[in-house]
Design a protein around this ligand. Structure first.
Ligand SMILES: *[C@@H]1O[C@H](CO)[C@@H](O)[C@H](O)[C@H]1NC(C)=O
Ligand SMILES: *[C@@H]1O[C@H](CO)[C@@H](O)[C@H](O)[C@H]1NC(C)=O
Length: 504
């Protein structure tokens, strides 16, 4: 039947739709049919996966599965774990030769409901000032350099500042290196002030001296929160962190931080001080008290600080203790990360961490890579978990884990995959030291054959609100076999790859 509506009305409607699609590029996403793999219309899509695998010496013979995930930002709260009434991989893993494929099977779309939270390009934390002290060597060495991480939480992810200021104090270096570091940071969009640290001071003194640098920074009148960090402190949900700090009136003196997760160290240190790696937050009035107090005064005979400590965070506390009435405001969502070994249990806990630490030293993780998915589903969906009917759990950006014998444990309990480090192995009763912080822990499933995990290998923003993640499980990884017995090479075992594409 022909419409009786006059032609000009149809033209007006068509014009309106065109306009809507023009101003709202994601609107056109509504026209793509569910089930159509996105990768089939993105050619360089596959080249990214191919190159990433090649660079990491994976393949070309691999086992492969993928899924396209549409995030729907209509959930009221961020849940630690969300059960999805579907399988993650309804079509089984396939054996492929990646070099021979031109288009990879992308899998049908599954909807995940999440809470709306800002993407890095929607974050404004211009009333925060951070300060770190390190060496030029650590700043530039690829093994320790914080640059990739700083790009994630100090910029919009695309080369512009998110407003946060950074003071970087470099120890014992040349003017050229100071200028070089400043240029590097400027080029990637970080609003940084790079200065030499005071040569007269040792590491602990240089740390406390950062407070003076923040307090005397020309932008102080525009700042509300002053945060001391280590060069390996990472803030995965910076806008939520900032929102949490709103509880604390910036016109009042505050000293906010967290403890070590280790009860034995907490007891041994016998002082309720903020441990620096998790980040220590001050307000202008508390910074003023520190700056005016003789924190770095030395004993003329011994040459040591009157408030003796070789640790900066402890020296700061000793000073507050001696010269102010300030006490710690405990914020356990900040994270010192004083554990060693496989950190999976912590990163697969679904928690919202306000800070991470020690991920390039005491344990290994790549939060900058994990965080890329914030460019799609927002920063609060980073590390969020989704459990599927086929016994897979996504810990977003960290891993995709499969439990072949079923999920018969309580996923709200943290898996104790980590440990307390070799050098302390003699400490009796150490297995309970983390529990005061993490709650009761469940037994590790490593080397039981009951858990297999694909861990993040790479992630890339592919367009507005679209992120592709590649996860890898190497066949030779003995964590995934009972008693650590890996398959025989003669059986031609394959590395296994999972690709998740997050779309609006
Ligand atoms: C850095 O921050 C200061 C103070 O907020 C501002 O004046 C300056 O323009 C910023 N620089 C850049 C490159 O964003
Ligand atoms: C893939 O190949 C391996 C041997 O390389 C084999 O053990 C496995 O069963 C194969 N998987 C599928 C789904 O064909």
């Amino acid at each position: 039947m022909l419409p009786r509506t006059p032609l000009h009305r149809w033209l007006a409607v068509a014009f309106f739709l065109l306009l809507a699609a023009w101003f709202h590029p994601t609107f056109s996403g509504g026209f793509t049919e569910p089930g159509v793999p996105y990768s089939s219309n993105g050619v360089d899509d596959l080249s990214y996966v191919k190159k990433l695998l090649k660079d990491n010496k994976v393949g070309p013979q691999i086992e492969y599965a993928s899924r396209t995930i549409r995030y729907v930002p209509d959930a009221r709260e961020r849940k630690s774990i969300t059960e999805i009434d579907q399988e993650l991989f309804p079509t089984a893993f396939k054996n492929i030769t990646i070099s021979k494929e031109s288009v990879l099977p992308a899998g049908k779309i599954v909807d995940l409901h999440i809470k709306q939270s800002p993407r890095p390009d929607q974050v404004d934390v211009s009333d925060m000032l951070f300060a770190a002290s390190t060496t030029y060597g650590r700043f530039t060495d690829p093994k320790t350099s914080p640059i990739e991480e700083w790009k994630r939480w100090l910029t919009d992810g695309a080369g512009q500042s998110n407003g946060a200021g950074l003071i970087l104090a470099l120890f014992d270096t040349t003017d050229e290196n100071i200028a070089r570091a400043a240029k590097t940071l400027e080029d990637i969009g970080i609003n940084a002030t790079v200065v030499p640290s005071n040569k007269e001071l040792d590491m602990a003194g240089r740390y406390v001296d950062l407070v003076q640098m923040m307090y005397n920074h020309p932008t102080r009148p525009n700042r509300k929160y002053f945060v001391l960090i280590d060069d390996d402190t990472f803030f995965p949900v910076i806008s939520n962190f900032r929102k949490t700090l709103s509880r604390y009136n910036p016109d009042k003196p505050y000293y906010i931080g967290t403890f070590t997760e280790r009860a034995d160290w907490l007891i041994r240190n016998r002082a309720p001080f903020a441990y620096g790696g998790g980040g220590i937050v001050l307000t202008a009035p508390s910074a003023k008290q520190i700056v005016e107090a003789p924190c770095l005064e030395k004993n003329k005979e011994t040459g040591k600080y009157v408030l003796d400590s070789d640790q900066g965070d402890r020296l700061l506390y000793n000073c507050l203790q001696a010269h102010s009435s300030l006490t710690l405001t405990y914020l356990p969502s900040l994270h010192q990360h004083d554990q060693f070994g496989d950190p999976a249990g912590i990163y697969e806990s679904g928690d919202l961490f306000h800070s991470l630490h020690h991920f390039k030293s005491w344990h290994r993780a790549n939060p900058a890579m994990t965080h890329v998915v914030a460019d799609a589903c927002g920063e609060e969906c980073v590390f969020q978990r989704f459990q599927f009917k086929d016994d897979f759990i996504i810990s977003n950006g960290f891993s995709v884990a499969h439990y072949p014998k079923g999920i018969d444990f309580d996923p709200l309990q943290m898996e104790e995959t980590f440990n307390w480090g070799q050098h302390d192995a003699a400490e009796a009763g150490a297995e309970v030291v983390f529990s005061y912080y993490f709650g009761s822990l469940r037994k590790s499933l490593l080397k039981t054959g009951r858990k297999q995990s694909w861990e993040i290998l790479g992630a890339r923003k592919e367009g507005d609100g679209r992120v592709k993640q590649v996860y890898l499980k190497r066949w030779s990884d003995d964590r995934w076999y009972a008693d650590g017995v890996t398959p025989k090479v003669e059986d031609d075992p394959r590395d296994s790859v999972v690709v998740l594409t997050w779309i609006p």
